[in-house]
Design a protein around this ligand. Structure first.
Ligand code: FMN
Length: 456
């Protein structure tokens, strides 16, 4: 394999499920700033491309009521605001890319563009925005006092949101607009700053993003959510996408994203497809398997069903456990990725879905074994799916430390990852030195100030 894999480290801005496991007591300290700055420093020292913190306002509900297991067992139930952690992480690192989520259902474009541009300044060009329409939308809608928007409408809104956000980032300031010239007292050239006028289906705006351009101008754009509508959004705007499933459906999803990107005039390689994978490394394959099985035993079926409800809004325990899910489940207005992947030909029974969620959650089967075996499995997965790299889930026992200590050196020894991160910005880490800005084939490039003819 000649391509160099991109490596991101996954964490949520919440307490880890391991909080009550022996030796993992530190995972309860997720409200301490040092918990996060230590993690960022470790990722930086390891030389990975980026650290990603997932985020959502949602939590598991069914029929508009919170599921008690969620509270009792902490199933997606205790989080802090990931975005708030970013500047502290930027302060203790110099090269590490920093990626976090804001849902297009929660914040409006002026807020999102100002926040991420600020963070892109503070990190000197290392910020990425993970664009989602949001997990656990039923809970989130109730929390915000809004009606639950239909699934595909949420994606239409996301499209409008990203379009306007790109207009703010790319369209407001010419590159040489900021003068900071004390001899003439000119801060910025009014002929080089433009107002955006947008009249879209969900957002209307007339105004300027007054935060001057940051190193990347537009932060690196990520996307997660692999339903058909999600893949279309990714193919249109994302520069990297997070995917998780078994290799056959991953291969189909990735081929689909690449074809859609090509249809959008961006080229098949415009989107880095990153597989969310767990690497369970041990001294032997048998030991790794035993650890995995012990971990499965620690999770109840109620826990698994609660997690499934969080991602899909579907109550598996109310269905016939010995039959596949009814096809109508695909009409859920919560997340669809984890419904669609269990339907169709050879669909598993509901009991098998529960077992799969108990063992692997949304992430697909872990790689298990010695460092050599694990890297062999990872390479086979990349070859089978045509993916570009991994978003590494923390091993439930060892966290990210074991991956850094055992797997990363093996990846490096085989020349599968970069020896040095190219450039200084996140986009350069992923696409090569000099690629600080969105490429000209990206729809955001069409909004660049010099091309937009709107006058104030
Ligand atoms: C690795 C990975 C990370 C994700 N991170 C988030 C996140 O931070 N916040 C969120 O609301 N959804 C996140 N999602 C996406 C949701 O699981 C869900 O699929 C999506 O928001 C709903 O879109 P869909 O209907 O296309 O599935 C993530 C998914 C994956 C695979």
């Amino acid at each position: 394999m000649t391509k160099k894999l991109a490596i991101g480290m996954f964490q949520t801005g919440g307490v880890r499920r391991t909080w009550n496991m022996p030796g993992r007591e530190n995972d309860r300290n997720f409200t301490d700033l040092s918990y996060w700055t230590d993690l960022a420093k470790k990722c930086e020292a390891a030389g990975v491309d980026f650290l990603f913190l997932a985020d959502s306002y949602g939590y598991p509900t069914l029929n508009d009521a919170i599921i008690p297991t969620a509270i009792e067992r902490n199933v997606q139930f205790s989080t802090i605001d990931s975005q708030m952690l970013m500047s502290a992480m930027a302060a203790v690192t110099e090269k590490l890319g920093l990626v976090t989520t804001v849902s297009t259902m929660v914040e409006k474009p002026p807020t999102v563009t100002r926040q991420y541009r600020t963070l892109d300044h503070l990190s000197q060009g290392r910020m990425g925005w993970n664009i989602v329409t949001g997990s656990a939308q039923a809970a989130s809608a109730l929390l915000f006092g809004e009606p639950l928007m239909a699934h595909d409408d949420r994606y239409a809104k996301a499209d409008d949101h990203v379009e306007l956000s790109l207009k703010y980032w790319e369209g407001c300031w010419d590159e040489d607009a900021l003068k900071k010239d004390s001899s003439t007292g000119t801060w910025a050239d009014p002929t080089k700053v433009r107002e955006i006028i947008h009249d879209g289906p969900y957002f209307s705006a007339k105004g300027v993003l007054v935060t001057p351009p940051s190193p990347q101008v537009t932060p690196t754009l990520f996307q997660a959510g692999a339903s058909a509508a999600g893949r279309e959004l990714a193919a249109k705007y994302a520069e990297a996408v997070f995917l998780a499933a078994e290799s056959t459906s991953l291969a189909t999803q990735i081929a689909d994203i690449r074809s859609r990107a090509e249809a959008n005039g961006r080229g098949r390689d415009a989107v880095k497809c990153l597989i969310a994978g767990t690497f369970r490394v041990a001294d032997s394959a048998a030991e790794a398997l035993a650890q995995h099985q012990k971990h499965i035993q620690s999770i109840s079926l109620e826990h698994a069903a609660t997690l499934y409800a969080y991602f899909t809004g579907v109550d598996l325990l109310a269905l016939d456990l010995d039959k596949p899910m009814p096809a109508s489940a695909a009409n859920t207005d919560s997340g669809r990725t984890n419904v669609e992947r269990f339907l169709g030909e050879n669909a598993p029974t509901v009991r098998e879905i529960l077992e799969e969620f108990r063992a692997n959650g949304v992430m697909g089967k872990p790689f298990l074994g010695t460092p050599e075996e694990i890297v062999d499995q990872a390479v086979a997965m990349i070859e089978a799916t045509d993916a570009d790299g991994f978003l590494v889930q923390p091993d439930p026992d060892g966290g990210h430390d074991l991956f850094f200590a055992k797997v990363l050196p093996e990846l490096r020894r085989r020349g599968l990852i970069k020896d040095e991160l190219p450039g200084t910005t996140l986009r350069e880490h992923l696409f090569g030195e000099g690629q600080m800005r969105l490429p000209s084939s990206h729809p955001g490039a069409a909004f660049r100030a010099e091309k937009v003819r709107v006058t104030i």
